[in-house]
Design a protein around this ligand. Structure first.
Ligand code: ASC
Length: 150
């Protein structure tokens, strides 16, 4: 029984990782894809940053629209960090694959914070929005510190 469960588990793990790398024909496609996702994310996060830092007026609709895009985009890059996509036109550090549990945790933390940011924008309260923005920016930064080359 135990053996059956173990081999089923091993099979599903193998299937999942195979599927992740099978999503992209070539490693450079995965690299391009994840960079594109981060670019879109950073564009909309930057618009939120301008409001959070008082460089643009705080507008609830704009905050909601941009935060919703960030919260969706933040789901996308991770599948493109498949095995074998560490070399090429990328600032991804080898630690992404060497400390994959820690990387996964950082990615999940960002997704949690981005979801909270979207909810914060919907309160329409500038101070609530600013606090959630800082927490999300902190999640971006701590992952970059550990996993992104300068
Ligand atoms: C941004 C952006 C990032 C993060 C990060 C937060 O606007 O493009 O990568 O914020 O700088 O510290």
């Amino acid at each position: 029984m135990k053996k059956t469960i173990l081999s089923l588990f091993a099979f599903s793990v193998a299937t999942i990782s195979f599927t992740a790398s099978a999503q992209f024909a070539k490693p450079e496609d995965a690299i391009k894809y994840r960079k594109a996702a981060f670019t879109v994310m950073a564009t909309h996060f930057g618009r939120l940053g301008a409001m959070a830092q008082g460089k643009a007026p705080f507008e609830v609709k704009s905050a909601i629209d941009n935060a919703e895009i960030v919260a969706e985009m933040v789901k996308l890059p991770w599948a493109a960090f498949a095995e074998g996509t560490d070399a090429g036109d990328t600032k991804a550090k080898p630690e992404i694959w060497k400390q994959s549990a820690k990387f996964k945790e950082a990615a999940e933390k960002l997704q949690v914070e981005a979801t909270k940011l979207s909810a914060a924008a919907k309160t329409g309260k500038e101070d609530v929005f600013k606090t959630a923005f800082s927490a999300t920016a902190g999640a971006c930064k701590s992952c970059h510190d550990d996993f992104k080359a300068k």
